[in-house]
Design a protein around this ligand. Structure first.
Ligand code: ZN
Ligand code: ZN
Length: 419
């Protein structure tokens, strides 16, 4: 192939990415109403997604724009009481759209990892609490997978600079685009959709295997200091790859995705968890996280940097100090092997085994999506307005499981699946 064709082939990658987000990610169906959340800096990609969605038969695409810089200015200069309220009209907007059977959502998550560095953490906490409260009904539906939703990411300059500090702006953007395409299995040959179908099948097979084992406990150890035992709820389900929305349509909530996950029992965790990568939380970087856990609750949080922000998030509600997700990702996986720190949870969580503090996904327990809040609590599913993944995977991570009938099974050895 000559150079011109090669260039053309590469140029099609963004289009292929948009197609992947629409056809495989949100899996937009004929007559769907698609809400697209996008930073203004990602307008080119947002337009491509819009075009692909209409090509897939969308009835309407509603774009909601955001901007890091404008967001920062608001935190700096807006009246103080602004941060305690989430506008009623916006709650109404989200709830009205999500009430429609045809609703689907794609969000482009691309931000300056330090967009809010130096901002009063109290303003961030209040605004985030108000938003979570205002969108509670919407997020509950999302957590129950009532509608299709998909989170994807594209480069923005401050993010590319942060990831590739040694490169000129243009080169840094190019490097980040290439890295993202690699994680998305897009190489320009136009077969990414098929590759994703195979990949999600592999993840689903693994979920079936682990669900079938009927594990009741996991024990994690790593050289970083993780030594953690956690009970699993009865009839827990391992999820991963694609999932089904309320109408039975497959969708992939996060792209890329390399994880399979389940819920821990809310009160069943004991020991120490040491994070293996920094966590980007509300535009701030938290490094060297270490949690001491008793009966599921984080009784002590330590961090090298950003402890104040971390503590504020942990104190947001009762469930924030309990856990909601246990995810397995092989150390030897495409994102992990890139050896890049993305400062973006969407990617970093797929580079390593992780655990989330905050809400559990009800789908992780049999019948969980039909449970009342009281039933979910009794089943051991944690509830919170938060859900934050932090990475604990290392090259020497070991995980041993115990099944309901008392058998010991090695799940992870040297950072990878032992099964
Ligand atoms: Zn996860
Ligand atoms: Zn998560």
């Amino acid at each position: 192939m000559n150079i011109r064709q090669e260039g053309l082939k590469m140029d099609n990658r963004m289009q292929e990415y948009a197609r992947l987000a629409v056809r495989i990610g949100a899996n937009v169906q004929k007559d769907d109403i698609l809400m697209l959340n996008s930073p203004v800096d990602c307008a080119e990609f947002a337009r491509m997604i819009t075009e692909e969605a209409y090509a897939a038969g969308a009835r309407e695409v509603i774009v909601k724009w955001s901007d890091d810089a404008v967001g920062r200015l608001k935190y700096q200069h807006a009246a103080d009481d602004v941060f305690d309220v989430f506008p009623e009209w916006e709650t109404l907007e989200y709830n009205t759209l999500a009430a429609d059977q045809r609703f689907a959502r794609i969000a482009i998550y691309a931000e300056d990892p330090e967009a809010l560095a130096g901002i009063d953490p109290d303003r961030i906490r209040r605004a985030s609490a108000a938003r979570n409260k205002g969108l509670k009904e919407f997020y509950d539906k999302l957590m129950r997978s009532e509608f299709s939703w998909c989170l994807v990411s594209v480069p923005v300059l401050p993010w590319a600079r942060k990831m590739f500090p040694g490169l000129e702006d243009e080169k840094a953007m190019e490097a980040l685009w290439n890295a993202i395409y690699e994680t998305m299995r897009i190489d320009g040959s136009g077969d990414a959709v098929q590759k994703w179908q195979q990949h999600t099948q592999k993840l689903r097979n693994r979920c079936e295997l682990l669900t079938g084992m009927k594990l009741r406990q996991l024990h994690y150890t790593s050289g970083l200091g993780t030594d953690y035992t956690v009970e699993l709820p009865k009839n827990c389900i391992w999820c991963g790859g694609s999932e089904k929305n309320g109408k039975g349509v497959d969708f992939i909530a996060n792209m890329p995705t390399e994880e399979i996950f389940t819920a821990p029992h809310k009160y069943g965790g004991n020991g120490v968890l040491a994070a293996s990568r920094p966590l980007c939380l509300h535009g701030n970087l938290i490094t060297g996280i270490r949690f001491t856990v008793e009966n599921g609750k984080i009784v002590k949080a330590e961090a090298e940097e950003g402890l104040e922000i971390l503590e504020q998030v942990l104190d947001m509600d009762e469930g924030s100090r309990y856990f909601g997700e246990l995810a397995l990702v092989e150390y030897d996986s495409p994102i992990s092997n890139q050896n890049l720190l993305y400062y973006n949870t969407l990617f970093d969580e797929n580079a390593a085994c992780h655990i989330a503090f905050g809400a559990a996904y009800p789908e992780c327990v049999e019948g969980g999506c039909e449970m009342t809040p009281e039933e979910a609590e009794a089943a051991g599913l944690n509830d919170s307005d938060n859900h934050e993944d932090f990475m604990i995977g290392t090259a020497d991570l070991e995980i041993t499981g115990v099944t309901e009938d008392g058998r010991e099974v090695q799940i992870f050895k040297d950072g990878n699946f032992a099964l």
